[in-house]
Design a protein around this ligand. Structure first.
Ligand SMILES: C[C@](O)(CO)[C@H](O)COP(=O)(O)OP(=O)(O)OC[C@H]1O[C@@H](n2ccc(N)nc2=O)[C@H](O)[C@@H]1O
Ligand SMILES: Nc1ncnc2c1ncn2[C@@H]1O[C@H](COP(=O)(O)OP(=O)(O)OP(=O)(O)O)[C@@H](O)[C@H]1O
Length: 308
C-alpha cells in the first residue's frame, strides 16, 4: 500500500503514530440495506496525532491490555474504554483472527486527539494497530486483506490505514488515494461537548444520490483547487452534509462556526460527524494568529496544525 507507514522500534516498545483526519468534503447518500449511509468523502490526515506504543508479550496467550494516557486537555482518558470495546483491541483481535493466531501484547495509547470530535481518533488508533501488528508479528497480510480487516472494525478505519489522504466511498471502505498537498495549514477547534456519530447520521437528511459524474467532478475540482492554491474556488467545494444535523444538536458548534466566519480562512466547516470544526489557511502565520484569536474568545480547545 502506497504510503503505508511502519512502526519504529524504541526501548519502550514499537511506536506508531495515528494521525487525526479532517473531512475536506463529505456527501451523505441514502441509508443502505445494511443500515449504514453511503458516503463520499475526502479524508485527509493532519499532523495532530495519537502515538501507540506496542509491546509484544512472550507467548500467544490471547491477551491484549490497553491503557490510555491523555497528552493534552482535550482528552478525557477516563472516557476511553480500555476493555475489548477499545477500537485498538477490536482491531488486534480482528487482525489475529484473520491469520488464525492469538495475540499477546500491551498497547499504550498516548492520546492527543479528542474523542467524539469527528477527527477519527479511535479509527486511526485502530488503523495504526493493524499496520503495526502486521509488521511486528510478520503476519503477512496483503494491503487488501488489511483493508478488509479494517472495514470490520469501523467505517473510518480503511480510509486511515495508509496515513495518506483518500477518497472514501461506499460506507467508507472503498478507498482511492487522493493527492491532497501536504503542509496545508489549518486550525481545528473542538467545543467542550462531543457528538455521537450514530445520532448525527440519524438526524441527517441525505441527498438523493447525486449524479455520479458531477459528484466525482466536484471532488476532482476540489483536489485541483487545493493543488493549485486556488483559494477562491474552495468555499463552494468544501462542504459537509452532516453539518446541519450536528448544529441542531450542539449550540456550542453553532457559536464556533460563527467565530470561524469572522476570520480570513480560505474555507471552514465541521469535520466528520463533529463536534470539531476546522478552517484552512493560506499560511502557518495566519493559522497561528487565527488559533490565538479563537483561543482567546471561545470556550473550545484549539490547535494550529497542517495536512500531512
Ligand atoms: C462521519 C465519518 O467520520 C466520515 O469520515 C464516518 O462516516 C464515521 O465513521 P465511524 O466513526 O467509523 O463510524 P462507525 O463506527 O462505523 O459507525 C457509527 C454509526 O454511524 C452511522 N454511520 C456510520 C458510517 C456510515 N457510512 N453510515 C452511518 O450511518 C451508523 O449509525 C453507525 O452505527
Ligand atoms: N482508541 C480509542 N480512542 C478514542 N475513543 C475510542 C477508542 N476506542 C473506542 N473508543 C470509543 O469511541 C468513541 C468515539 O471515539 P472517536 O475518537 O473515534 O470519535 P469520533 O471523533 O466521533 O470519530 P469519527 O470521526 O470516526 O466519527 C469514544 O467516545 C470512545 O467511547
Amino acid at each position: 500500500m502506497q504510503g503505508i507507514r511502519v512502526p519504529r522500534e524504541s526501548p519502550a516498545g514499537w511506536l506508531i503514530d495515528a494521525p487525526a483526519k479532517v473531512n475536506v468534503c463529505l456527501d451523505v447518500l441514502p441509508k443502505r440495506p445494511d443500515g449504514f449511509h453511503g458516503i463520499r468523502t475526502l479524508l485527509c490526515p493532519v499532523r495532530l496525532c495519537d502515538t501507540l506504543v506496542v509491546r509484544p508479550g512472550p507467548a500467544d496467550t490471547g491477551t491484549i491490555k490497553v491503557s490510555v494516557r491523555a497528552l493534552n486537555g482535550s482528552v478525557n482518558a477516563a472516557a476511553v474504554p480500555t476493555d475489548d470495546n477499545n477500537l485498538v483491541s477490536r482491531a488486534l483481535r480482528a487482525v489475529f483472527d484473520q491469520v488464525g493466531r492469538k495475540p499477546d501484547c500491551r498497547v499504550t495509547i498516548n492520546k492527543r486527539i479528542p474523542a467524539q470530535a469527528g477527527l477519527g481518533g479511535g479509527s486511526s488508533d485502530a488503523a495504526a494497530a493493524i499496520v503495526a501488528a502486521n509488521h511486528i508479528w510478520r503476519l503477512g497480510l496483503t494491503d487488501s486483506e488489511m483493508l478488509s480487516v479494517a472495514a470490520q472494525v469501523g467505517s473510518d478505519v480503511p480510509g486511515q490505514l495508509s496515513g495518506r489522504a483518500n477518497l472514501c466511498e461506499g460506507r467508507g471502505e472503498l478507498v482511492t488515494p487522493a493527492a491532497v498537498p501536504a503542509g496545508l495549514p489549518c486550525v481545528i477547534a473542538k467545543p467542550r461537548a462531543g457528538l455521537s456519530t450514530a445520532e448525527v447520521f440519524r438526524r441527517c437528511s441525505p441527498s438523493a444520490e447525486p449524479a455520479g459524474e458531477s459528484a466525482t467532478g466536484r471532488v476532482a475540482m476540489l483536489l485541483q483547487a487545493l493543488q493549485a492554491g486556488s483559494w477562491r474556488k474552495l468555499p463552494g467545494l468544501v462542504t459537509n452534509q452532516l453539518q446541519a444535523a450536528a448544529m441542531e444538536l450542539c449550540d456550542e458548534l453553532r457559536r464556533l462556526a460563527a467565530a470561524f466566519s469572522q476570520l480570513p480562512f480560505v474555507a471552514h466547516q465541521m469535520t466528520g460527524s463533529g463536534s470539531a470544526y476546522f478552517g484552512l489557511c493560506r499560511n502557518h502565520h495566519q493559522a497561528k494568529q487565527a488559533a490565538a484569536w479563537l483561543r482567546a474568545r471561545q470556550a473550545a480547545w484549539v490547535v494550529a496544525t497542517c495536512t500531512t
